[in-house]
Design a protein around this ligand. Structure first.
Ligand SMILES: Nc1ncnc2c1ncn2[C@@H]1O[C@H](COP(=O)(O)OP(=O)(O)OP(=O)(O)O)[C@@H](O)[C@H]1O
Length: 384
């Protein structure tokens, strides 16, 4: 039996009262187990996931001093067609009366509603949260994290892009998936040996009762860990074989090997539940303070010989600004002689565009900001 662990780890909570419903629903991190690599013999003992220690802390109120436990859930995937054809036996059973156990028939939406949705709300409150999947190759980590995939991926670099809609997020996910390398193996035709980390940083603009605008940030990390694999069954070669060796664990027969991996996954899940965090909401920032910071940064840029003069920068930003507003280029001249007031207006407009533009506009503005080293992006991202 080969376990896969999918762990959901929320790090940040606002208050005991606010967290209680989410904790009740999550019931602890998340472990995903699959019967996919179960031994072929049918007379093996069954491991009852429901008999595992429950997340007893999940009903506790969040105590700021004591912190909050990582929440762990277990998911078991159904046998694949190949496994059914080979009469692979199921050696674990799922007690689905337990909120933290998701059986082979569980649907993505159930997991999302119970485990992920409350986390999203915490992110929107300004906390940093992490959901990660752990477990053996082929157990269904990526399926659970992404809802299935069409090809293999290997993310080599990290990229940060500004998005305003869910569709734009999906596009980036797809782009990431396309880069993730997989090699077909006998164990799992879509097996990947790379980790995938997808971070969503959300900037939320709010108004105080006094009318002051506030920017707050929340972050959601989605981590799909690479699975371990038994090299002798996988058919992996060369470099990938070396990698598989590093992961393979004990060289016992299939059943013992899988059982040990299952137990080890559950043991990991059990230990993960005892990890405590003391989450704190991210610092909110007054928009006025952010603008002030921007001006300090601009002053610094002006004094730095290695960076183009601010007027030049402003002109180029003005160029992009005109593009996104469909203005004529001849109108750009005025940006060269901006007054301090106009500078401020421009920065505010650009900041607003970042929050509300369509993809094309955002691309242009982001490009301008990146190329010209304007501080607004830095100012915002260093506060996540
Ligand atoms: N709950 C499920 N229902 C139906 N099919 C599933 C489920 N979970 C996984 N699968 C299928 O099982 C196969 C393996 O799943 P997946 O690629 O997600 O495993 P993995 O743990 O991410 O593997 P690796 O660590 O090698 O990347 C895929 O074909 C996937 O579609």
């Amino acid at each position: 039996m080969t376990p896969r662990l999918i762990a959901i780890h929320r790090t940040d909570l606002e208050s005991g009262t606010a967290m209680e419903p989410a904790q009740r629903r999550l019931g602890g991190g998340m472990v995903s187990l699959s019967p996919s690599q179960t031994p072929r013999s049918s007379d093996k003992p069954m491991l009852d996931l429901g008999s595992a220690d429950s997340n007893s802390n999940s009903h506790n109120k969040y105590d700021k001093d004591k912190g909050v436990n990582v929440q762990v859930l277990v998911r078991c995937r159904p046998l694949s067609e190949d496994e059914m054809r080979l009469h692979t036996s199921v050696v674990i059973s799922c007690n689905e009366d337990r909120r933290e156990v998701f059986g082979p028939n569980s649907q993505q939406k159930e997991l999302y509603d119970q485990a992920v949705s409350p986390i999203v709300y915490e992110v929107l409150k300004g906390y940093n949260c992490t959901i990660f999947a752990y477990g053996q190759t082929g157990i269904g980590k990526t399926y659970t994290m992404e809802g299935g995939r069409e090809g293999g991926v290997f993310v080599r670099g990290l990229e940060e892009e500004i998005v305003c809609t869910a569709n734009e997020i999906y596009k980036i996910l797809e782009k990431g998936s396309a880069k993730r390398h997989t090699a077909e193996t006998l164990l799992n035709k879509q097996n990947s040996h790379s980790h995938s980390i997808f971070s969503i940083t959300i900037h939320i603009k709010e108004c105080t009762p006094e009318g002051e605008e506030i920017i707050k940030c929340g972050k959601l990390n989605l981590v799909d860990l690479a699975g371990s694999e038994n090299i002798s069954r996988s058919g992996a070669r060369e470099g990938r074989a070396r990698e598989a060796y590093a992961h393979r664990g004990l060289c016992l027969d299939n059943y013992i090997h899988c059982l040990e991996e299952t137990l080890s996954t559950l043991d990991y899940a059990h230990r993960a539940k005892n990890i405590k965090n003391k989450p704190e909401i991210n610092q909110k920032m007054m928009k006025s303070a952010m603008i002030k910071d921007l001006y300090s940064e601009i002053d610094r840029l002006k004094q730095d010989n290695g960076i183009p003069l601010f007027s030049g920068i402003l002109k180029q930003v003005g160029y992009f600004f005109s593009l996104v507003n469909d203005q004529k280029l001849c109108e750009l001249e005025k940006f060269e002689e901006c007054t301090a007031y106009e500078e401020k207006q421009l920065l505010e407009k650009v900041a607003e565009m970042l929050a509300s533009s369509n993809a094309r506009k955002k691309q242009l503005v982001t490009f301008a900001f990146n190329v010209l080293s304007l501080p607004i992006m830095l100012s915002m991202s260093t506060r996540t």
